[in-house]
Design a protein around this ligand. Sequence first.
Ligand code: PRP
Length: 180
Amino acid sequence: MEKIQIEQDIFEVMISAEEIQNRVAELSTQLYNDYKDKTPVFIGILNGSFMFMGDLVKDYPGDCEVDFLKLSSYGDEKISSGKVKLQKELTCDVTGRDLIIVEDIVDSGLSIKFMEELIEHHHPASVSVVTLLMKPNSLKYNVKIDYIGFTIPGRFVIGYGLDYKQRYRNLPAIYALEEK
Ligand code: PRP
């Protein structure tokens, strides 16, 4: 499926399923090279990261643990509300652990900034951030992203975990809203 029509909007493939799978495997290898002497905790930020997180840890050949927390700032909209809500806390004790925060996309950077402040209170040994997608031109907060799958332009994207009104997360590729 090269194009999808959603109401009046047309979405076109920006990153194919194959390109995503290849890049995710590379990121897993890179993470393993950096963490092979440790047992990192991958922390997925729900909902958007669920698919990336699954593929990333499936490809990760070393010891690791996984946990999730749930944040929300976009609701059903295309533009961030500017406020982050913590909807589900971590369940594991991350004190003294090496954490890898897993995001599907870094847009303004607000969610990552919120995460960093939240996690600091738990006194981890180290924290790094991996994101599949990054929109460098949209960044508004000073955050450091350690591993980036793809840098993309500031277009609205769906698929591979990313939604529009909670739908389309199951698409295996990333689609971008066609510019009119
Ligand atoms: C999206 C996405 C990131 C965040 C990125 O989450 O999954 O977590 O926005 O944007 P930011 O850098 O401007 O904070 P959203 O709030 O839409 O929730 P979802 O993951 O459940 O779709």
